[in-house]
Design a protein around this ligand. Structure first.
Ligand code: ATP
Length: 327
């Protein structure tokens, strides 16, 4: 598939008015027959395009495909998502984004794919991604932060993602420290933040997001059925993923800019509003044991403050927690 040519044609069609095959052919330095060919290819992908011998082509509706130009048509950002790299197959969007970041890709560049066979959560646990139904996106960030601030980033992304999905679907999405989005107690999306840097400076951060969008009950593996859900399962409505991705990138730029300009406190306030952890009895799963505690607060570095059963205050910088169903 020639994404570049298709991408360009989509960009022209999305502008809304009629565009002639001759015009596109000239702009791309290709033949009119090849334009016609590509238009037919877009129709195969589900783009509804009207043709007229006199006027050319006009876009009527768009399908659920992750073409960069289509996603960009929903953006009103300065830099977030302005460079989108889409691949049909990848090992993981995180790995590709790292490669691009090392080569100097700009802040806000995004990597998307349909198939990934090594999608992962924290500590290399695998993340289930269903092609054509899930969203896997990795975003390159270059904030001027020291490594001790790294836990602030999943909080920033979590707040943005929570607002975007609430806005787009009206689901009551909640945030579970440190990196999950839940609906009715089940995981709808996960965030994975990885960084490259030294003890003093962060070189780049890759914020990976996995969202269960149009998955049906049958798409969720049996061992995850009690803990995972999707937007479709919760709303019974199919979501147009390019539009949702556009909405998410708009919110991420908004909250990331707030974080860069005003610091972590406004983000923390919003996180406190949407979180489902503070005030709850939880189990904290450490590498060698599980302790019971009560979640008390989120500190200024994005760490979770808990009170253990001996009334000692502890600061969790990372880790797994589960909310106890019976208090
Ligand atoms: P926990 O969910 O236990 O708090 P976590 O949020 O850190 O841990 P991650 O390591 O980020 O989890 O994600 C991997 C885990 O999430 C897997 O071990 C599995 O339990 C679960 N999981 C994997 N794929 C999905 C998915 N598509 N939707 C929901 N949960 C998933």
């Amino acid at each position: 598939m020639d994404i570049t040519t298709l991408d360009y044609i989509i960009k022209r069609l999305i502008q809304g008015s009629w565009v002639s095959g001759e015009e596109i052919a000239k702009e791309l330095d290709i033949s009119r027959t090849w334009v016609w060919n590509q238009i037919n290819q877009l129709k195969v992908y589900g783009f509804e395009i009207r043709s007229s011998a006199k006027k050319g082509y006009k876009l009527i509706s768009t399908p659920d495909v992750l073409f960069p130009s289509l996603i960009k048509s929903y953006l009103h950002t300065q830099y977030m998502g302005q460079h989108i790299y889409f691949f049909e197959n990848l090992s993981s969007t995180q790995d590709k984004a790292k490669e691009l970041a090392q080569k100097g890709a700009e802040q806000g560049s995004c990597v998307l794919c349909e198939f990934q066979d090594k999608g992962r959560g924290r500590r290399k646990r695998s993340w289930i991604h269903v092609p054509y139904k899930s969203i896997a996106i990795s975003i390159i960030l270059r904030p001027d932060v020291v490594p001790s601030q790294i836990m602030q980033i999943p909080i920033v992304i979590g707040v943005a993602l929570c607002e975007a999905i609430r806005d787009h679907t009206s689901l009551s999405v909640e945030l579970k420290w440190p990196n999950d989005l839940l609906v009715n107690g089940k995981k709808l999306a996960g965030i994975l933040v990885e960084m490259a840097g030294d003890s003093e400076k962060t070189h780049y951060i890759i914020a990976g997001i996995g969202i269960n969008v149009n998955l049906t009950e049958g798409d969720i593996p049996d061992d995850l059925k009690d803990i995972a859900t999707s937007i479709f399962i919760e709303t019974k409505k199919n979501i147009h993923r390019p539009k949702l991705i556009g909405c998410i990138l708009n919110y991420i730029e908004k909250w990331y800019n707030t974080y860069l300009k005003k610091g972590f406190l406004p983000v923390r306030d919003k996180w406190l509003k949407y979180n489902c952890v503070i005030g709850k009895e939880i189990d904290v799963h450490l590498s060698d044991m599980t302790i019971s505690a009560k979640a008390m607060d989120l500190d200024n570095l994005g760490n979770l403050i808990v009170l253990d059963k001996d009334k000692n205050t502890k600061t969790l910088m990372y880790g797994d927690i589960s909310i106890r169903t019976k208090n």
